[in-house]
Design a protein around this ligand. Structure first.
Ligand code: RB5
Length: 145
């Protein structure tokens, strides 16, 4: 199960991403908003809590730029959120950073690219090895600050 959420800026892009991922066989849990103006940190929290609890394996967050969502998501213990706007970074944030949440900007990306990036994010595995040591160091920072 994949958790997805957006603020009012991301509603149309979220619809496109849900449709594209559903066609590929992914199950999505939509945490809103459906159009009502809202504050993006609340949506980030709702999606990230599902990821941290294990109810959802990954999360997708969309706001105007993706930046507010990524800042908010990365405040939550256990979340490694990546702002994704190109295929290389999207692939490598899974391979090397084991990112568990992707953030995208509805005012900076077109819907076609967003759908493609979401599929790359969800189908690319973590490489582990030396990268696990670096993830552990990130977790140490998280636990000590
Ligand atoms: C909302 O207008 C906008 O600030 C928000 O969607 C996002 O871009 C914040 O980072």
């Amino acid at each position: 199960m994949i958790a997805i959420g957006c603020d009012h800026a991301g509603v149309e892009m979220k619809k496109a991403v849900i449709e594209a991922l559903s066609e590929k066989g992914f199950e999505l849990r939509d945490m809103g908003t459906d159009g009502e103006p809202c504050d993006y940190p609340n949506m980030a929290k709702a999606v990230c809590e599902l990821v941290v609890s294990g109810e959802c394996e990954k999360g997708i967050l969309i706001c105007g730029t993706g930046i507010g969502m990524s800042i908010a998501a990365n405040k939550i213990k256990g979340i490694r959120a990546a702002l994704c706007s190109d295929s290389f970074s999207t692939r490598y944030t899974r391979l090397h950073n084991d990112a568990n949440v992707m953030c995208m900007g509805a005012r900076t990306l077109g819907p076609g690219l967003a759908c493609e990036l979401a599929e790359i994010f969800l189908t690319t595995g973590f490489e582990g090895g030396r990268h696990q040591r670096r993830i552990d160091l990130i977790t140490d920072i998280e636990n000590n600050n």
